[in-house]
Write a protein that binds this ligand. Structure first.
Ligand code: GLY
Length: 369
């Protein structure tokens, strides 16, 4: 089968690789594969820390995806001949004051009711787990099952895996996705048996049977800072999170500090105020960060949806040839294995894993413009 994919972030790349590895002829269209939200991401694989009340189906998808990640990372490495940067260092969620401690206990309650592994730790125990933590931290939760991947190593490895599996890349902009074809802004048309729309926060025109379809996707800006550890201090080894900040150390010394969450439309400006707040919050948790080298500040646009859940499935009933894999919001990297496998199953006419059932795009009755 010939498959055309619009969008080369981690979702589009993962689908492309799996489809090509399954014997399909795959064309992926993106002017800059992997360089938008996937490049800005933190790479936390953290369904337990992000187990929000009322989002049980999203948590279930995240837990299923997290359980798949270890073997997925090994398969990506074998297919790419490159390390995707997967690590299992666990995550500490910590509180700096009484209010944050109360929020943390509420989170623990949600986690326990969903059967997730979370351990309440005192300030002393938290610092034993992560010696770089500030003594001012009031205690926390130790989440052994929340891991991480270096999102940029993962992007590079997926691109290599796609290349080795025979995926053709077209470095152009998508104009229209419709039944059996993607039209590019250059006028070129890529014909296919199945079209997958995986364009993140950017929505191309989608035409089904000649009718335009608009999906409820909006950009949610996230600013993130990257530091590099130096020899002069003890830097964290585990992911550390608090209410408005997360700090993700990589084995090669990079430390990602994220992220803002801003409803600013398609504005990806990096602002001095956001960078200051991220650095201050991170420094309150981990004072040694003041000694690290400041490398980069970047903004990415998360693809948000009205219920914070992704859209995975045919864009409209009766049009299985246009499949959407969008709206992954804060979880694109985490959800990429299960999304890729579900979409490839749909392309092949097989039932996807039941865990993706709640995420059909028609739950919003795809709005016809
Ligand atoms: N997944 C973390 C974020 O979106 O900031």
């Amino acid at each position: 089968m010939k498959v055309a994919i619009a969008g080369g972030g981690v979702i589009g790349l993962a689908i492309a690789w799996r489809a090509a590895a399954g014997g399909h002829e795959v064309v992926l269209v993106d002017p800059y594969p992997g360089r938008a939200a996937s490049w800005a991401a933190g790479g936390m694989l953290a369904p337990v820390a992000e187990a929000y009340q009322g989002e049980e189906t999203i948590t279930a998808l995240g837990v299923a995806a997290a359980a798949r990640w270890q073997s997925w990372a090994a398969e990506v490495r074998d297919a790419a001949g490159a390390d995707p940067g997967y690590t299992r260092h666990g995550t500490l969620v910590v509180a700096r004051d009484q209010d944050e401690l109360a929020a943390l206990l509420a989170l623990l309650d949600v986690q326990q009711r969903q059967g997730l592994r979370a351990e309440r730790v005192s300030s002393r125990e938290a610092r034993h787990l992560e010696p770089a933590l500030s003594p001012a931290v009031r205690g926390g939760l130790w989440l052994e099952d929340d891991h991480q991947v270096d999102n940029r190593m993962y992007v590079r490895a997926l691109i290599d895996a796609c290349g080795r599996a025979g995926v053709s890349f077209v470095h152009e902009r998508v104009d229209v996705c419709r039944d059996r074809a993607i039209e590019l802004t250059s006028g070129l048309v890529v014909s296919a048996d199945a079209v997958v729309v995986a364009t993140g926060a950017w929505q191309p025109r989608i035409d089904v049977d000649g009718d335009p379809v608009t999906l409820p996707i909006r950009p949610v800006k996230g600013q993130i800072v990257r530091l590099q550890a130096t020899a002069s201090a003890v830097f964290p080894a585990k992911t550390v999170r608090a209410e408005n900040v997360y700090v993700i150390p990589r084995d090669h010394g990079e430390i990602a500090i994220g992220a803002t969450s801003e409803e600013k439309g398609y504005d990806a400006t990096v602002t001095a105020g956001a960078v200051r707040e991220l650095l201050t919050s991170a420094w309150e948790l981990l004072p040694a960060l003041a000694e690290a080298q400041l490398v980069e500040a970047m903004a990415g646009l998360r693809p948000g949806t009205p219920d914070n859940a992704p859209l995975i499935g045919p864009v409209a009933c009766g049009a299985p040839t246009v499949i959407v894999a969008m709206g992954h919001y804060r979880h694109g990297v985490l959800f990429s294995p299960v999304t890729a496998e579900a979409v490839v199953a749909m392309i092949e006419g097989a039932p996807p894993a039941p865990v993706v059932d709640p995420f059909t795009p028609d739950r919003f009755t795809a709005v016809r413009a």
